[in-house]
Design a protein around this ligand. Sequence first.
Ligand SMILES: [Fe+2]
Length: 468
Amino acid sequence: MPYYTKLGKLPSKRHIQFRRPDGKLYAEEVFGTEGFVGPTSTLYHINPPTQVIGWKQLYSTKVEYVERDTMRMRHVKSAPLPPKGDAVTGRVVLFGNNDVEISVCVPAEPMKYHFKNASADECFFIHFGSGTVFTMFGALKFGPRDYIVIPKGTIYQFVFDEPKDGEPDPRFLLMESVNGSHILPPPRYLSKKTAQFLEHAPYCERDLRTPEMPMTFDKKGKYEVRIKSRDLVHSYQYSYHPLDIVGWDGCYYPYCFNIDDFSPIVGKHHMPPPTHQTFEAHNFVICSFCPRPLDFHPQAIVVPYNHSNLDSDEVLYYVEGNYKARKGIEVGSLSLHPQGIPHGPHPGTPEATIGATHTNELAVMCDTFAPLYPTQAALELDDLHYPRSWEHGWDPTDAATSNGHANGNGAPMKGTKGTKGSTSAKAGAKKSGRLVETKSAGTAGKPKKTSAARATGARGSKAANTWD
Ligand SMILES: [Fe+2]
């Protein structure tokens, strides 16, 4: 969607005769947004896209949120989610509001139909698995750590490869713009004159993988396209293959972007989350926290300062990293830090990570400008002890015997078993020494003082996680 491109056969001008080999006209479709003044593509179908032979309602997609009046930090462990459904029916919404729905999917079976989300843009993050998503704009091959942005109205079908021995089941995170807005690169990354990615942007056109052949399936038969709209999935019947486009051009299309192609921007001092911004839509942003050198001021505190995201709720999805370094966090964990509560490094971490030169973290963040609510599915995966993990001297090994605060309504946060007799600052720092991944005992704790050393890879003596 960010820039003009094209694929397949096109006539020399818009809205002129363009004929199939049998002499009949191809059916032109202007795929427009925002009243035809937003991103648009022009498509040429073998069959008129208006031809459908039946439709019915299938099932509701209305999300029910719970604990809407509860404000507390949350930690949802999604790793135990069992495989379920397909790449559409297997989606489990965990958090959301009127702007965005955040779900995790571990598909168990192939899609036997095509799908169109007529209500929202979809931004997938493929955690595990590879395959091809066949779309009306062409095919996108994907693999682990790929974002796949599929704009509203696109007909598609996911086909996952069979995992090889030892490979995990396919799994993806999905952020869906249920407010109808489009998920786009941040405007500040783009030239106002040409929409070209600017030099300071952490990625550019060369990093985006646009649809390729095969695109056109000239087949007759019975095909189902399931359309999500109005909080329902509707089943539409086609008498021809719905991916029947022979050519298109424009600025509205799906694409892939691998998170490893995001070029993190680092600084002498801690860089704030917008530095890691990757996409945005109305009322939410998506950021990529990637492995990178850490701040290079000789006295830098390399973990984030405590911060109050006064206008945002913040969800982090943990992809890879030293998860033992953040209490209780696992691969596939999602943390929610709501507006209204400051958050920051765990006790002792700032001291313990001094001298860390790089981070191996990989996480995807979704920040919203309106409160996020959990679903019942999220509550069933909720780590009730997480809100206490900042408590000075808190020890996760004591959590099983301590009073969690399940209801979020002011249950005890202090004086519970396991926190009695809080440790001194020194002891806290010692405990939190576990928060640091040290690869070389000989250099651990000795800050590297030159940025050159940090830039060479020789610096890799000490790593720290710095999730914001
Ligand atoms: Fe944060």
